[in-house]
Design a protein around this ligand. Structure first.
Ligand SMILES: C[S@@+](CC[C@H](N)C(=O)[O-])C[C@H]1O[C@@H](n2cnc3c(N)ncnc32)[C@H](O)[C@@H]1O
Length: 187
């Protein structure tokens, strides 16, 4: 599906819902942003892949009203990548207001993206990303444990065990992984 098709679908959806105050355009964020000042700017899995990220963040800072918010959900999977993104945004005048790892299941695979809220400012929130990442891992290990139990109950014991073993192998130091290990031993 090309960009033209996406815009066409977006316009159709808008019409179906009687939304007539939205304009959809295709533009290269590495070149320029649409003219104007915005109360809210969002990025979904895009700032994580563009080249010259700082240039784009500077442009976002410039297009955001002084009280506006920049919400960004990005496909970073480590604390380090998220920390580097926060550094880049801070260098461009965007101060971190809140941060969460958002776990979700994509086509059966456990993933987690990073969700950032930025506003104009010099000094943002300081977050312990490593601690957040550990929390996330525990959550994921716990959700995989549930999945393994479900698979085992549904007689798909081999795949359930494999899945659980992968989680235990990757996240051996967490409480949830230890619980998973005990569960495996008891089978
Ligand atoms: C991983 S997809 C995410 C798509 C969608 N935003 C979502 O969350 O499902 C990355 C998107 O970034 C867009 N993209 C990459 N570089 C871009 C650029 N320089 N300017 C505008 N969009 C860009 C791609 O066209 C693609 O749609």
């Amino acid at each position: 599906m090309g960009h033209g098709d996406s815009i066409l679908r977006a316009v159709e959806e808008g019409q179906k819902r009687n939304i007539d105050n939205v304009e959809f355009i295709v533009a290269n964020i590495q070149e320029e942003l649409p003219a104007g000042t915005y109360d809210a700017i969002t990025s979904s899995q895009t700032l994580s892949i563009v080249k010259n990220r700082r240039d784009v963040l500077k442009r976002i800072f410039g297009a955001l009203s002084p009280t506006g918010v920049f919400l960004s959900v990005e496909a970073f999977r480590t604390a380090k990548e998220s920390a580097s993104y926060i550094d880049d945004a801070t260098a461009c005048g965007l101060a971190l207001q809140s941060f969460e790892f958002v776990p979700h299941n994509h086509l059966g695979e456990e993933k987690a993206y990073s969700f950032f809220e930025f506003r104009h400012g010099d000094k943002g929130l300081s977050v312990d990303l490593d601690a957040k990442f550990q929390e996330l891992i525990e959550k994921l290990a716990a959700s995989n444990l549930q999945l393994a139990k479900t698979l085992i109950r549904a007689d798909k014991i081999k795949s359930g065990r494999k899945r659980l073993r992968d989680v235990v192998g990757d996240y051996a130091e967490t409480a949830a992984a230890k619980e998973a290990e005990e569960f495996l031993k008891g089978l």
